[in-house]
Write a protein that binds this ligand. Sequence first.
Ligand SMILES: Nc1ncnc2c1ncn2[C@@H]1O[C@H](COP(=O)(O)OP(=O)(O)OP(=O)(O)O)[C@@H](O)[C@H]1O
Ligand SMILES: [Mg+2]
Length: 303
Amino acid sequence: MIIAKSLKKSFGDFTAINGIDLEVKKGECFGLLGPNGAGKSTFINMTYGTVKRSGGELSVFGYDPDKNSREIKYRLGVVTQDNALDESLTVLENMQIYCAFIGVQKSERKKRIDDLLEYMNLAHKRDALIQTLSGGMKRRLVFVRALLGRPELLILDEPTTGLDPAVRHLLWGKVKELHQQGTTIVLTTHYMHEAEVLCDRLVIMNQGHVASEGSPQKMIEDNAPGYVGIFNTNDSAKIKSITENNHSYHLHEDISGLYLRTKSLKDLTAFHSDHGLQPLQIRPSNLEDVFLKLTGKELSIDA
Ligand SMILES: Nc1ncnc2c1ncn2[C@@H]1O[C@H](COP(=O)(O)OP(=O)(O)OP(=O)(O)O)[C@@H](O)[C@H]1O
Ligand SMILES: [Mg+2]
């Protein structure tokens, strides 16, 4: 559905995307992860021709977005990172204008808008001005807008940023439902748990490159297998001296604690019993550990 080969994008002499290869297959939920500035939104904007590529190849539904952006726009829906709603108009007016823009027939518009407002729990805000909506309501409305054209491909650029946990879970449910109905989904997010819950496959981008690719489980197995003990940073000096030069330990320290990853749960409990150091928490490694490792934020003994 989307194929990128050696895709590049420069802004002046700054290279935002430096030759990436990736493929999004029909019917999958594909995650695009990476730190701020990794090039995720730039990639997304290139898929429907809003940003023109500087090199390489890109095809969406078999079209070149730099030449056939109109054909692509009719078939995809986008939840953009910025809401881009007209604040001075009502909910209904915003949705009607968008329906006209993407060519939804006049006779169809009312029902589609009403059904989707209902679906996103926004029916009661139909006649409200956008500027009177809360941040979470605007985000849900951008979802409504993205679905008005019944898209085959739904692109979600940080769809749940700023949403409370209940609304986030509501949106996950909607995304899963659309995915089960066959919609292809591309998702960017900074919530690693969200990517684990929703994505069949994902890539982690870093500094304009693809750092790793696979299913969430495979990425964990490939990059950060095992278990993580989170320790109080007061024990940090002691833990560092014990683990020094031992390649079976991986450390990451930040304000929230010292994260010690071992290959197995047994190694972690042995570490605990041998050295009398009590972890605050023990958990299986997850995508966040992979992210921290691949984007250079983990203090790895291997590195
Ligand atoms: N129009 C532009 N002109 C100049 N530089 C740009 C432009 N758009 C993006 N960039 C730069 O390209 C890089 C990638 O930006 P992009 O918005 O794609 O990152 P992102 O991965 O979406 O980050 P975030 O997680 O913060 O949304 C950044 O360094 C950004 O400053
Ligand atoms: Mg972005």
